[in-house]
Structure formats: structure tokens, C-alpha cells
Design a protein around this ligand. Structure first.
Ligand code: PAY
Ligand code: ZN
Length: 262
């Protein structure tokens, strides 16, 4: 995809992606909601107006587009990409194990048939390579990286590839707790925040750890609703409330980033 941006300034920016994993449909719904909400509240909502005046927001609405398509046509529970390599009859790698951060050391598989296959090498997946290239190229302006998954109701931050605490651990935790409280204020949905390894499980090759180690300090992974009752098959009736509450958390993080540019 080619892209031109004509602008008189280089604003600090936030990058957000949805749909790294194909079956996490509420994630892709959220990016769409976010764009709608940003465009329709700019000019009336003071926070959104100030955010978009001061910062650029890059939104990648469907990271793993081939996988997403496959969940609509063939297998609703597909997670990975759809790449094919000779030597194995299995398709795809886990894009959230394919980033170059402790690659394939923990919580990932080198078996191409596994759902957490790390790929034959870091950034082997074209989707991962393209996002990594974009983030590397825009490294100097990118202040936050937000990636949306489901499910588990967690707000995670580095690290997942190690139990070591990130250099910015206390600030990342404070902001995550604030964002979780904002989210909960709408419908009472409870989120747990913490570093990935200790809060969900150790897993290497994730996008948040990679972005953080590159220098994007505010790096967060959302695991949206629910906690397992419906899991990936979140009912349609929960799309709107989930998006509304998640907006509050994302805006909370964005406001903190805006006030703490580095
Ligand atoms: O930051 O540790 C991290 C990533 C954790 C996610 C991952 O495995 O990539 C967690 C899972 C996900 O969203 O893909 C959680 C879901 C419920 C799953 O498939 O296990
Ligand atoms: Zn996921």
C-alpha cells in the first residue's frame, strides 16, 4: 500500500493496530469504531480535538488481512497469517510471535503447524515486516504503540519475552491502571493491568515488546472482552459497549502521552 502525506509539520504520533490475530473480531471492530469516533467527535470533544491537533494517529485496521478473510470463509477459529512455505503442509505463522524480540525463545513454537509458530525467521511474515518497517521509519515521531487483541480483559505492557521489568515499569503500570479505571467507569468491566509475562504468560516475538525495545515507550497490548464465556465469539450485542469502554482507556493513554512527550 502506497501512502502520501502532505503536511506542514511533523507531529508526534501514536500507532495503533487491530486484527493481528484473525479470530479476534472485536479487535478489528474497535479500530473501525475508533476512526468513526475520532472523526465524529473532533471539534466537539475537547480531548479528541486537542489530541488530533497536537498528534497524528496512525491506525492499521486489519493487520492480518488474509487470516481475517479466512475466518469469514473457512475457519472461524484461525489465528495466524496464511503464508505458505515449501517443506510443510501447514499454513501461516503467528504474527505476534514473529517480531524480533526474544524471538522464539519462550511461549512460541518452531513447529509450522502450531498456532504459535514463530515463523522461519523474525519478520518472515510480510504483514509483520511491513509494520516493523513503518515503525522503524517513523521511530523518531512515534511516541506510543497500541495493539488490540481479545480476549481476557487485560491491559498488558512489556515485557512478555522475559520476566524482567521494563525500565519504565512504574510509569507504564500507573498509566495502565488509570486507563483500566477509566474503562471500568462506564459499565463496570474489570481489567487487570501488568507486564505480559507475569499477567498472561511468557511469550516472545510480540509486537509490544519489539516496539518498546526500539524506543517507543508507551507500548500497550489490550486484551478486550470477555474473560472466556464467549471468548473469540463475543456476541454482537457486546460490540458497541466494548468499543465505548475501550475508547475511554485509549483516550486516557493518549492524554498521558500527549502530556508527556519525549
Ligand atoms: O503480550 O504477551 C502478550 C501477548 C499475549 C497474547 C498472545 O498470545 O499473543 C494473548 C492471546 C492473544 O490475544 O492472542 C490471548 C488469547 C485469548 C489467546 O488466543 O490465547
Ligand atoms: Zn491475539
Amino acid at each position: 500500500t502506497h501512502l502520501m502525506k502532505l503536511s506542514d509539520s511533523t507531529k508526534p504520533a501514536i500507532f495503533m493496530d487491530c486484527g493481528i490475530h484473525a479470530r479476534e473480531w472485536i479487535s478489528t471492530a474497535f479500530c473501525q469504531w475508533f476512526v468513526k469516533e475520532a472523526l465524529s467527535t473532533y471539534g466537539s470533544d475537547s480531548q479528541m480535538t486537542s489530541l488530533l491537533d497536537q498528534m497524528d494517529v496512525f491506525v492499521l485496521p486489519v493487520f492480518n488481512i488474509d487470516g481475517y478473510d479466512f475466518t469469514h470463509k473457512s475457519n472461524r477459529m484461525w489465528r495466524k497469517t496464511r503464508s505458505k512455505r515449501s517443506g510443510s503442509s501447514c499454513y501461516g505463522a503467528d504474527p505476534n510471535r514473529n517480531f524480533n524480540a526474544g524471538w522464539c525463545t519462550v511461549g512460541a513454537s518452531s513447529n509450522p503447524c502450531s498456532d504459535t509458530f514463530c515463523g522461519h525467521q523474525p519478520e518472515s511474515e510480510i504483514e509483520v515486516k511491513n509494520v516493523a518497517d513503518f515503525i522503524r521509519r517513523n521511530k523518531s515521531i512515534l511516541k506510543a504503540y497500541i495493539t488490540i487483541h481479545s480476549y481476557s480483559q487485560l491491559l498488558l505492557f512489556p515485557y512478555s519475552y522475559s520476566f524482567s521489568l521494563a525500565a519504565d515499569h512504574s510509569e507504564l503500570l500507573k498509566v495502565a491502571d488509570g486507563a483500566s479505571a477509566a474503562l471500568r467507569s462506564l459499565y463496570g468491566t474489570r481489567y487487570t493491568s501488568g507486564p505480559g509475562a507475569a499477567t498472561i504468560y511468557p511469550a516472545a516475538g510480540g509486537s509490544d515488546d519489539w516496539a518498546y525495545d526500539l524506543g517507543v515507550k508507551y507500548s500497550y497490548t489490550f486484551e478486550l472482552r470477555d474473560t472466556g464465556r464467549y471468548g473469540f465469539l463475543l456476541p454482537e450485542s457486546q460490540i458497541e459497549p466494548t468499543c465505548e469502554e475501550t475508547m475511554l482507556a485509549v483516550k486516557y493513554i493518549a492524554a498521558h502521552v500527549q502530556k508527556n512527550l519525549y
